[in-house]
Design a protein around this ligand. Structure first.
Ligand SMILES: C[S@@+](CC[C@H](N)C(=O)[O-])C[C@H]1O[C@@H](n2cnc3c(N)ncnc32)[C@H](O)[C@@H]1O
Length: 490
């Protein structure tokens, strides 16, 4: 229960909806904060809301972002935070915004206190799992990511302590409070599980830079792949009107020559603000939760960043290393007499280099499952290495060889060997899990801790993903085999 309904930082946080309205934002009168099934708190419709309705509009000053620190940098406090932020690798961007969150959490009378006080006190994500449950995940790529994050937090704790050591009290970014791996982990998890990457300012080239932001109230929406709400960033009408007026003035009175009008307009465009709103994508029924799509992510990312796993997630996949010996073993198990994945011929090697599965700086990580079923690079490699006729291969476009919807581009026998090799790879991958799904389910039925439950659910879903790939390919093999028989008989 503690994972589903974690306590908030303040026992009785202020009313977030009232705060957003008081700060000039808009919240639809039927939107309320409530317990949302087993996903913790959520936003729920107290009456039917028509499709297209505005649900929430946040004024520009409510999102919490790191940006202000970067632009203000220079005074004692922010330059310390800036220097620390520079030590955070890009892939752990959540820690950078987490520093700002920690700073505001420590500040007496922070503007964002009504929001921060309503954040969960703890997060049930793998960096906080006991060691036994990290092992319980039974999946090396995720173990690697968890260990990397834990190691980063421990190293970063030392960097933070060093940076804060001899600071004058006024320069201390966290109001004199000590910061350790655990508080850094809290902040990183609060951000990774609640922040959205949205458009920031418009860049001169016309693109927008994307900025991670924490969006008070909006981040109470839970996730669904079939959402009934969406975040929309619209150019603020007020600014748009101002732009139009200025343009009219310039042209009508011919105040500035044309080339400088261009510059003036461009500069104004850069200042256009993007208001952040949530709109109803579908009609929302009374008592339905408002759901956003957090992204088409696999379960590794959902678990690492958000602390949940989606059953039958269509984007879930398993990672394998492209390895000649492993593929030879799989291929032989699939009935190929003498596969040459360990020693491809020079023309095959050349194509493998194009696929970045050989040569300098190869990318050996390949995936099974998800929307592609078999990652295109792996499928092309299988088709090419299992082909013995250079001419047939050279006639084909590499993109076609990567596509599973291209029907047997190198012939039915080649396709059957490729699919059967992947099925054998799946059998090997399943065999690497120390437990079977039935054993996992029996453990769950006995009642386990929240973190053990999540770890077991994660590995069950990984096994189902492998089984689904096998089922799908077996269907394709049967179809192809019947075509092969029909051709032979014909
Ligand atoms: C952006 S917050 C949403 C508000 C959150 N439920 C709360 O109580 O504050 C994201 C968190 O909500 C929970 N959550 C959201 N969608 C979920 C889902 N589809 N399944 C399970 N948990 C979900 C997870 O704990 C996740 O880390």
């Amino acid at each position: 229960a503690s994972a589903s309904y974690p306590a908030r930082l303040a026992p009785h946080p202020p009313d977030l909806i009232k705060w957003v309205r008081r700060e000039g934002g808009f919240v639809h009168e039927a939107v309320q904060i409530a317990q949302d099934s087993s996903f913790g708190l959520g936003l729920v419709a107290s009456e039917e809301i028509p499709k297209g309705s505005e649900l929430i509009v946040l004024p520009e000053h409510l999102p919490l972002r790191f940006g202000s620190i970067e632009s203000d940098g220079g005074d004692g406090v922010d330059s310390v935070l800036d220097d620390l932020a520079r030590l955070v690798p890009e892939e752990l961007w959540a820690m950078k915004l987490g520093l700002k969150l920690l700073q505001e959490r420590a500040k007496t009378g922070s503007f964002w206190w009504p929001y921060i006080s309503s954040l969960p006190e703890t997060f049930n994500i793998p960096i906080f799992f006991p060691g036994e449950d990290i092992k319980n995940l039974q999946y090396a790529p995720l173990l690697y990511q968890v260990n990397k994050r834990c190691r980063f937090l421990l190293d970063f704790e030392k960097e933070v302590k060093r940076a804060l050591e001899n600071l004058k009290p006024n320069d201390h970014p966290f109001g004199g409070q000590s910061v350790d791996a655990s508080s850094l982990g809290w902040a990183m998890s609060a951000v990774s599980s609640r922040a959205f990457r949205l458009y920031g300012k418009k860049l001169r080239g016309g693109n927008y830079n994307d900025i991670p932001m924490m969006l008070p109230l909006i981040d109470m929406c839970n996730h669904s792949f079939n959402p009934n709400a969406a975040i929309v960033q619209d150019q603020d009408n007020r600014n748009m009107k101002m732009l139009v007026k200025v343009l009219f003035y310039c042209c009508f009175f011919n105040v500035i020559p044309e080339f400088s009008i261009g510059i003036a307009v461009e500069d104004l465009l850069i200042e256009i603000r993007l208001s952040i709103q949530v709109v109803a994508e579908t009609e929302i029924k009374e008592n339905d939760g408002l759901a956003l799509n957090y992204g088409c992510l696999n379960n590794d990312l959902f678990l690492l960043d958000y602390g949940f796993v989606i059953p039958s997630n269509p984007y879930d996949c398993i990672e394998l290393k492209y390895d000649g010996a492993l593929l030879d073993a799989a291929s032989m198990a699939a009935g190929v007499s003498s596969p040459n994945f360990s020693a491809p011929s020079p023309w095959q090697k050349e194509i493998l280099c194009q696929l970045r599965l050989d040569g300098e700086a190869p990318l050996l990580k390949v995936c099974l499952g998800g929307s592609e079923l078999v990652e295109g690079r792996l499928l092309a490699a299988l088709r090419v290495v299992l082909a013995d006729d250079i001419e047939t291969v050279q006639k084909q476009d590499l993109n076609k060889l990567k596509s599973i919807s291209a029907e047997a581009p190198l012939g039915i026998a080649n396709e059957l060997a490729a699919f059967r090799t992947v099925i054998a790879l799946c059998v090997i991958a399943l065999g690497h899990f120390p437990t079977k799904i039935m054993e996992d389910e029996s453990l769950l039925s006995k009642g386990v801790s929240d973190s053990t439950e999540l770890a077991i659910q994660f590995r069950i879903q990984k096994k189902w993903t492998i089984i689904d790939v096998m089922r799908n390919l077996t269907r394709r093999v049967k179809l192809l085999a019947s075509k092969e028989t029909a051709t032979a008989q014909g």
